[in-house]
Design a protein around this ligand. Sequence first.
Ligand code: GDP
Length: 282
Amino acid sequence: MHFQWYPGHMTKAKRMMQENIKLIDLVIELVDARIPLSSRNPDIDELGRHKARLILLNKADLAEERWNDAWAEYFREKGFSVVKVNSKKGGGMKSIHGVIQEACREKIERDRKRGILNRPVRAMVVGIPNVGKSTFINSLTGKSCTKTGNKPGVTKGKQWIRLNRQVELLDTPGILWPKFEDQQVGLKLAFVGSIKDDILQTEELGAELLRFMLDNYPGVLESKYAVEEDDDAYTTLSRIAESRHCLVRGNELDTEKAALLLLDDFRNGKLGRLTLEYPPEV
Ligand code: GDP
């Protein structure tokens, strides 16, 4: 799903979030493991104050494992619980229930002291568009879960999914708007396909990704497309067009098509597991 944000959308999304967050104990925030900072909206730290916090490094299958570990460490040091997941294939899902209990230990302890026993933890999934919220919710709930429907004392219309005796999940995820003011951030969001491609022409976007690849993953394009890598991104892009027979009118090289091919291959993991940003301390 692609999304265009307008000020009206942001105000509405924020208001929804402020409403829903009152109902929950735990914020389950999905970030894209390839761009864990660029795929966050820092407003969530303000909105989620006083709540237990769990960060899921989603699409971990598309990012480099050593950087996934480094990012997990980075967020843990900041006080978050963290799990690396692949929502599409179900990777990492098993450990989540244990981590939720761990993340909510203080709340459970507080309940116990007040004599409240066995009140389920209430959680909400949040994240920017396309980060995998629906995929994750489907993967976590499967078919065995029951929707509990409207409950007395709960805002009308809210649906809760009972995961087990300990956890209930709000069935609609909270949408966070990405922060595209910073051009580098916008670029990375466009690479992973989180925001509409038309912030840049396909060809420019592909060339930017190519530049990143040449700098950070030298040799990958060479072996994937059987081309010699040139320091100049457009030269390399032309070579990819040639190698992949991307042609217009039968003979001219179609570098736009080559750019699209490159972006698709990157997004589908066909260039291998790639991480686009690294934890600040490193
Ligand atoms: P939402 O907008 O946050 O609800 O995102 P979706 O759940 O619609 O997912 C967006 C895209 O990412 C879909 O094409 C999913 O199949 C894909 N996706 C979600 N999670 C993963 C994951 O862990 N790994 C991979 N490779 N793809 C994923």
